[in-house]
Design a protein around this ligand. Structure first.
Ligand code: UDP
Length: 328
């Protein structure tokens, strides 16, 4: 039986990856330090014989007994408000954590796929973004802790590929949404749906003309699975090129939820990218992959998920206490 280690297993994408690899017949080892992850996302897996969970911070030495065939490194805070609260942990998990996991891959002879991001393109001057664009990142801005850690992650991963011959894969993930997103992580979709469900106005940052391109989680997981099984070591964009302004997105959420609330405007956060849309020509060619789920369908599924949250969950402003992590 093949064995796969998934870091960030209790998070949004990590938990969906655990489900996918269980479905494919793997022995899945999930790892998470539970700072931004939530065991609720994987509690249905604990009863399975072929799922184990390690409560561990991958920026510290990682030990996994026995053989490993694949490693997927998905541990990281993933939203701008998290970076502001835990900037040093954000830097460490994609730098020290990536180094530890590459070392583990080398020791085990495992193939490793690391989760990079469209944030490596920063506030992009090339549109749509192709893999050969080097990006426009502010290293000392509020997003720098995430963007630069992910850029370091890519560089370190390529070094293990060229210098040590480790089998590596790099996915550049664009905005993704779906069930198990954290309601209060500050990202636009949970923010808008949470506001609609609580009967609050929807907060659009800036004038709402900035664009994003949202991919439903099932499409993303399929792209990642195919990339892992491919033989291509360079970075590959996985995302949905269906671009929309944030104002239009707010209107879609108002229609979807039937809320009577209106849109209100708040200041645009520093370094907020003005536009983002993946060029997925490479993924199509290499992996025969393209997204299949239209936003209208994906949003319905996601809304149904958020409707299952309890009133207590819905009204918690922030369900994680980050203060104890602030000074490591
Ligand atoms: N945004 C917004 N209102 C919110 C949260 C986010 O208008 O309550 C905007 C944000 O400024 C950005 C876009 O929505 O332009 C996407 O933000 P998100 O944090 O989801 O992702 P990212 O900026 O990392 O793509």
């Amino acid at each position: 039986m093949k064995r796969v280690l998934i870091t960030g297993a209790a998070g949004f994408l990590g938990s969906h990856l655990c489900d996918r690899f269980i479905k494919e017949g793997y022995h899945v080892i999930g790892m998470d330090n539970l700072i931004t992850g939530d065991l609720k996302n994987i509690e249905h897996l604990f009863k399975l014989e072929h799922f184990e969970f390690y409560h561990h911070d991958v920026s510290k030495f990682v030990h996994v007994p026995d053989k490993l065939d694949y490693i997927l490194h998905f541990a990281s805070p993933a939203s701008p408000i998290d970076y502001l609260k835990i900037p040093i942990q954000t830097l460490k998990v994609s730098s020290l954590g990536t180094h530890n996991l590459l070392g583990l891959a080398k020791a085990k002879g495992a193939r490793i796929l690391v989760a990079s991001t469209s944030e490596v393109y920063g506030d992009p001057l090339v549109h749509p973004q192709t893999e050969d664009y080097w990006g426009n990142v502010n290293p000392v801005g509020p997003r720098g802790v995430y963007d630069e850690a992910k850029r370091f992650m890519e560089a370190m991963t390529m070094a293990y590929y060229t210098y040590h011959g480790v089998e590596t894969r790099i996915v550049r993930i664009f905005n993704t949404y779906g069930p198990r997103m954290r309601l209060n992580d500050g990202r636009v979709l949970p923010a808008f749906i949470g506001q609609a469900l609580r009967g609050e106005d929807l907060t659009v940052f800036g004038d709402g003309s900035q664009t994003r391109s949202f991919c439903f989680v099932d499409d993303l997981i399929e792209g990642i699975y195919r990339l892992l099984m491919s033989d291509y070591a360079g970075p590959v964009n996985i995302g949905n090129p269906d671009e929309i302004t944030i104002s239009q997105f707010a209107e879609e959420i108002i229609k979807l939820t039937g809320t009577q609330q209106k849109v209100i405007y708040k200041p645009l956060p520093q370094d907020d990218p003005k536009q983002r849309k993946p060029d997925i020509t490479l993924a199509k060619k290499l992996l025969g992959w393209e997204p299949k789920i239209h936003r209208s369908e994906g949003l319905k599924i996601t809304y149904e998920y958020f409707k299952t949250l309890t009133a207590e969950e819905l009204n918690k402003v922030e369900h994680k206490d980050f203060s104890k992590y602030a000074k490591h």
